[in-house]
Design a protein around this ligand. Structure first.
Ligand code: DGJ
Length: 526
C-alpha cells in the first residue's frame, strides 16, 4: 500500500509526495460556497478540467457537517470526494471551523446563538464582535470533537484511494477591527507571564527583532506580554494563543489520519498596516517564529498572495522550516506569470488561484465580482484562462523532471514585473539576460511574460514559458558560448521529450513564442 501523502525533505528543500512520488499541486481553489451545491459543482468540475489543474482546494464549512450538535452529515464531503475521483483530481479540504477571515461565520447556528458557552471577542470598548473568543470558552473542546469526526470520516472513506491529500485548518485566522481580544478572560490571560518555551525559542532563532526585545526586557522583572513585547505585545499574545489552539486541531488530525496539515495567512501587505486591519494573530511574516513554536504539528504555513509583490512574499514563506505552499492567489493576468516564479524560483508545493472556476469569465456567478484588477481592462479573461491552462499542462507534463530540481540551484523561474523590460539571471556558469517583448501597462493586452530555466547538465538548458528572449554568456573567463543544437518541442504525458523542430543556423536563438513554449539548447564553449 502507498504511504500517506506527506512532505519530504529532499536536496535542500521540500517535496510533496503522493503515492510515493513527487507531486506539485497545480491547483485551483473554488469560491467559498461552491461545494454546497451539487448542481454548481457539475459546472465547476468541467471548468477545472479545462484549466488542466490536478488538485482542487475546497471548503468544508462546519455548519454543513454538524447542523445539530453531535449529529453529523457528511454528504457534502462524500460528494466532493466522488466528484474529484471522477474527474481525476486530488483534493485539499479547507476546514472552515471556528475562524474564517477573522470572523466566525461558518460555525453552526447552535454555536452562533449560544454566547454563554461560546463567548465572543470584545474590542477595547467592550463591544462584542462576530468572532468567537478562545478565552474562557468551550469552543476548543467542541471543535476538536467535530474535527476528529471529520478526519475519521475522511480516513474511512478515502484511505484506500487517497484522493484527499492535505487539510487546511481554519482560514486566515486572527481578530479584525481590534488590536487584540479585550474580553475579561482574554485580559486575564494577557496579564500572565510569557511562556518560557516561547522565550527560549526566540533565543534560538535568528529573528533579530525578537532577540532585541528579549535583551531589552532582561533589565526588568516584568515577564508579562506587555513587559516583554511592548507595542507588539497584543499581536504576539494573539499569535501564540491562536497557534496553540490550531496545534490542538493539527495534533488530532495527525493522530487520527496523518495527512499534511497547514493554515493560511491574510498578509499585511504594506508596512504601515496596523494589526486589526489585517487579522491580528495570524502568521504574517513577522510572526512566523511565534507560530512555529506554538504550532509544531502544522506542517507549514501557507500565504495567500494577492499583493503585486508576489516575489517578495513568496520568498518570505520559503524557509528552512517552511516550504512555500500558495493556498490562494490572484486569478487575473498575473495568475499564469506568477506560477513560473512560484515553481521555478521558490519550488512551491502548491499554486492555487482563488475562485478558479471563474477564470475565463468576466464576472463570478457567486460573488458578482469582476475577476480582474482594474488595470487589466484590456486583458480578456479568456486570455488568462488560455495561458493558465496551457501553463498547467506544460508544467504538469514536466512534473517528474521539475521535481528532480526542487531544493537545488539548477532551476530558476521568473515573471515580468510591471515596470521592467529585462532581467538578469545567473544559473550555474550561465549569465542570462532576459528581454521581454511587451511593456505591461493598462494600455496593452499582454499577459506578463514568464519562464522557468533548468540546467539539465553543464551544457544543456531547458527554457519554458512565453514572451521573452534570452541571451547567454558563460562566466568562465576568456570563453565564449555557442549552440551545438536547439530544439523546439514539448514533454509528453510520460515526461518524454518530443522534438518538433530543429532550430538551426539563422533561427538558432532563445526566442520564446507568445504562447507557452519549450526549447532545449545544447551549448559548447570555445
Ligand atoms: C481570502 C479568503 O481566504 C478566501 O476564502 C476568499 O474569501 C477570498 N479572500 C476572497 O477574495
Amino acid at each position: 500500500m502507498n504511504s500517506l501523502p506527506g512532505i519530504m525533505k529532499r536536496n535542500n528543500g521540500f517535496t510533496f509526495m503522493v503515492n510515493n512520488r513527487p507531486f506539485i499541486l497545480l491547483a485551483a481553489e473554488t469560491h467559498n460556497s461552491a461545494g454546497t451545491s451539487r448542481e454548481y459543482m457539475v459546472s465547476v468540475w468541467k471548468k477545472l478540467e479545462e484549466l488542466n489543474c490536478n488538485t482542487v482546494l475546497v471548503p468544508i464549512p462546519w455548519e454543513s457537517i454538524e447542523p445539530r450538535e453531535d449529529y453529523f452529515d457528511f454528504a457534502l464531503v462524500e460528494e466532493l470526494i466522488n466528484g474529484a475521483r471522477k474527474h481525476n483530481k486530488k483534493l485539499v479540504f479547507l476546514w472552515f471551523g471556528t475562524w474564517k477571515n477573522g470572523h466566525s461565520t461558518y460555525v453552526p447556528s447552535w454555536i452562533k446563538t449560544d454566547l454563554t458557552r461560546f463567548p465572543r471577542t470584545e474590542n477595547e470598548y467592550g463591544i462584542r464582535s462576530r468572532t468567537l473568543s478562545m478565552f474562557g470558552s468551550g469552543i476548543l473542546e467542541t471543535e476538536l470533537k467535530s474535527f476528529r469526526k471529520l478526519i475519521q470520516y475522511i480516513k474511512k472513506t478515502d484511505e484506500g484511494q487517497q484522493t484527499v491529500i492535505a487539510l487546511q485548518i481554519e482560514n486566515e485566522v486572527g481578530i479584525l477591527d481590534a488590536a487584540r481580544d479585550f474580553s475579561a478572560a482574554a485580559a486575564e490571560a494577557f496579564e500572565k507571564n510569557v511562556p518560557v518555551e516561547l522565550l527560549e525559542h526566540f533565543r534560538k532563532t535568528e529573528n533579530d527583532f525578537f532577540i532585541q526585545m528579549i535583551k531589552r526586557s532582561e533589565h526588568t522583572s516584568d515577564q508579562s506580554w506587555q513587559g516583554m513585547f511592548g507595542e507588539v505585545a497584543g499581536e504576539v499574545f494573539m499569535c501564540w494563543h491562536y497557534a496553540r489552539y490550531l496545534n490542538e486541531l493539527a495534533a488530532v488530525a495527525k493522530e487520527s489520519y496523518a495527512l499534511p496539515v497547514f493554515t493560511n495567512v491574510w498578509l499585511n501587505e504594506t508596512d504601515d498596516e496596523k494589526p486589526g486591519f489585517y487579522p491580528c494573530g495570524g502568521p504574517i511574516p513577522e510572526m512566523i517564529d511565534v507560530w512555529k513554536r506554538g504550532a509544531p504539528c502544522l506542517d507549514f504555513i501557507a500565504p495567500d498572495i494577492y499583493t503585486f509583490e508576489f516575489d517578495k512574499f513568496a520568498g518570505l514563506y520559503t524557509r528552512d522550516d517552511n516550504p512555500l505552499f500558495i493556498a490562494e492567489t490572484r486569478r487575473d493576468k498575473w495568475a499564469a506569470a506568477n506560477l513560473y516564479t512560484a515553481i521555478g524560483k521558490y519550488n512551491a508545493l502548491c499554486y492555487s488561484p482563488f475562485g478558479a472556476e471563474s477564470v475565463g469569465e468576466n464576472k463570478s456567478f457567486i460573488t458578482q465580482k469582476m475577476h480582474t484588477d482594474s488595470a487589466d481592462k484590456n486583458v480578456s479573461s479568456e486570455l488568462v484562462k488560455e495561458y493558465l491552462s496551457q501553463s498547467y499542462k506544460l508544467l504538469g507534463n514536466m512534473m517528474p523532471i521539475i521535481s528532480e530540481y526542487y531544493g537545488t540551484d539548477k532551476m530558476t523561474g521568473f515573471s515580468q514585473d510591471e515596470s521592467r523590460m529585462s532581467k538578469q539571471i545567473k544559473l550555474g556558469k550561465y549569465q542570462i539576460s532576459i528581454e521581454f517583448y511587451h511593456r505591461i501597462d493598462d494600455e496593452n493586452e499582454f499577459i506578463p511574460a514568464a519562464g522557468i530555466i533548468m540546467e539539465r547538465d553543464e551544457n544543456e538548458l531547458i527554457f519554458a514559458g512565453y514572451g521573452y528572449r534570452a541571451y547567454l554568456n558563460t562566466v568562465n573567463p576568456g570563453k565564449q558560448l555557442d549552440f551545438l543544437s536547439l530544439e523546439k518541442g514539448f514533454f509528453d504525458e510520460e515526461a518524454n521529450w518530443v522534438n518538433y523542430m530543429d532550430l538551426n543556423g539563422d533561427e538558432q536563438h532563445i526566442q520564446m513564442e507568445e504562447k507557452v513554449t519549450i526549447l532545449k539548447a545544447v551549448f559548447y564553449e570555445f
